[in-house]
Design a protein around this ligand. Structure first.
Ligand code: GLN
Length: 551
């Protein structure tokens, strides 16, 4: 077996430059050349995982198939490459320290003073290499969170310095920086990039490749100047401009030879440039999808990153349905009986968003009632599904006090309840039902139809066995549909069409009388990828388009 090659992706000057997208694009381009790749992210913050982080601080929490709550960049990795990530693909300072401290308590380092160097850096290095021991990877791409110069990032950069030294031609560093445009001077400024590279050099790391993020086209001269000042080969400097969609980034990076530069730096044959056919046809479809379909996201956060995977899933589904999805944030905390009609009547479909806690749930319930009564395509995800169930219990079953145990611990009509196994848990972090669980989908349901008719199904989570459709979707929740009420729901028009074969828990509810009223306890948005969009999103957007066209 050939040796694994390591690509480190660091960032400088500012955050939010799109390191995750660059890492994903590198992964995509190498994958297109037939290599086995994996992408991992090392986050310098002290939380063990981002599970307890507020989406306002850190955006959505992405969940891997094996149940790790991770950074949202892992969502990009999966959407770009179609390769599932795992717990080992996202490591934080917290996890590194936790494991070092556990070892110290066990006595593994008896007699030694535990220090950042070498103990923390050794643990980081061990984790950086772990995936290559587990899988047969040609490339392990490691993105480092934060920006060069952050105090908490230092041990990670020291680990990279050591690894680069040890691995020689088997490791490269790709550094992403920013080239601002000063309007008053009418000039692009490379000084911040030079400083950021100097900072890396001061830490003993010579970047091999520079990706310059800019809002204005950079001239060849300017790029040559950067190369010269930063000790980087001329053909190892590429630019990354704003694009209509992040999915064009791999194409632009390939055009400038980013993957070829990486291969050269790693002493690997460059060979022919792959055509990226399926990727290009996705982009072409996206470009041609000009008609609009309007989807409301009913939730308590009105920021893009909080519902990242849902937005991407919707937009992918739009592309495959030949439409452009326009999303509208409808703040569920501000939604009232007086304005729900005004806010939702012109929507072609609504997503009742996931979430935790009281805030905004009454708005979600109102929205679900309005769309059920007006037969507007509705997709409830996790808490969204739970609120669809509560709405149905209140307004159809007539239980005015119906609620989830999460919101009301004393209600007699706890149609959503805490699982027995979760009752005695007191820790907040990592204690939910997390990751992939199987579910059998009932034939004849909207959901079954969605999965069964999808041409381009993903075997990672859909299979047929003995004539039954079995899906394995990802979860992140504590509360569940209360089976004590199941018969009543079914008798009154809410069908439980997805059941976990092991625990008998209800995973999917539908109102069959409506054209598309589906709630899933799981999060399908984590599984939708560019080349294999999720069947439920495809089917939901299709239903929304039908409504749009019939209005
Ligand atoms: N708060 C709900 C629960 O814990 C739903 C969580 C979610 O939407 N991810 O069950």
């Amino acid at each position: 077996m050939a040796e694994t090659k390591y690509i480190f992706v660091t960032g400088g000057v500012a955050s939010s430059l799109g390191k995750g997208i660059i890492s994903s694009s590198i992964g995509k381009l190498l994958q297109a050349r037939g290599y086995n790749i994996t992408i991992q992210k090392f986050d310098p913050y002290i939380n063990i995982d981002p599970g307890t982080l507020n989406p306002y601080e850190h955006g959505e929490c992405y969940v891997t198939i094996d149940g790790q709550e991770t950074d949202l960049d892992l969502g990009h990795y999966e959407r770009f490459t179609g390769i599932q990530t795992t717990k080992a693909n996202n490591i934080t300072t917290g996890r590194i320290y936790q494991s070092v401290i556990e070892k110290e308590r066990r006595g593994d380092y008896l007699g030694k003073t535990i220090q950042v160097i070498p103990h923390i850096t050794d643990e980081i290095k061990r984790n950086m290499k772990i995936l290559s021991l587990k899988g047969n990877f040609d490339f392990v791409i490691t993105e480092i969170g934060g920006t060069v110069g952050d105090i908490e990032g230092l041990p990670f950069l020291e680990a990279i310095r050591q690894l680069k030294w040890e691995l020689g031609r088997n490791a490269v560093c790709v550094h992403l920086t920013y080239v601002p445009y000063l309007k008053a001077a009418g000039e692009l400024k490379t000084k911040p990039t030079q400083h950021s590279v100097k900072e890396l050099q001061r830490l003993g790391i010579q970047p091999d490749i520079l990706v310059l993020r800019a809002e204005h086209e950079l001239s060849a001269n300017l790029m040559a100047k950067v190369a010269n000042f930063c000790n980087v080969d001329k053909d190892c400097v590429v630019q990354s401009l704003d694009l209509p969609t992040i999915y064009e980034v791999p194409i632009k990076m390939q055009e400038q030879g980013l993957d070829a530069a990486i291969l050269r730096k790693l002493d690997m044959p460059v060979g022919e440039t792959p055509g990226l056919g399926p990727w290009r046809s996705f982009l072409e479809r996206r470009h041609n999808a000009t008609g609009e379909v309007h989807i409301a996201l009913v939730g308590k956060y009105d920021l893009q990153d909080a519902y990242k995977s849902i937005l991407e899933s919707l937009s992918q589904a739009g592309t495959y349905n030949g439409r452009k999805v326009i999303t509208h944030f409808v703040n569920s905390e501000k939604l009232t009986a007086a304005d729900v009609e005004e806010k939702l009547k012109d929507m072609d479909g609504i997503v009742v968003c996931p979430g935790f806690g009281q805030r905004g749930i009454e708005g979600k319930i109102l929205a679900a009632q309005y769309t059920r009564e007006h037969d507007i395509p509705t997709f409830g995800i996790c808490l969204g599904m739970q609120m669809m169930v509560v709405e149905f219990a209140r307004n159809v079953l007539g239980y005015k006090d119906a609620n989830s145990r999460e919101m009301d611990a004393t209600t007699q009509h706890n149609v959503i309840d805490i699982m027995e196994a979760q009752k005695n848990i007191t820790n907040m972090g990592g204690t939910m039902r997390l990751g992939g669980y199987e579910c059998i989908v009932e034939a004849g349901s909207t959901t079954h139809d969605a999965y069964a008719t999808c041409e381009n199904r993903n075997e990672n989570y859909v299979r047929e066995e003995g004539g039954r459709l079995i899906i394995t979707e990802r979860h992140r929740h504590r509360y569940e549909f209360n089976n004590d009420f199941k018969t009543q729901f079914e008798q009154h028009g809410m069908a439980c069409v997805g059941i976990n074969p092991e625990s008998d828990l209800v995973e999917i509810v539908e109102v069959p009388a409506n054209r598309w009223h589906v709630g899933t306890q799981f999060h399908p948005e984590y599984s939708s990828t560019v080349l294999k969009p999720h069947p439920l999103f495809l089917s939901f957007v299709k239903a929304a388009i039908e409504r749009a066209d019939n209005r």
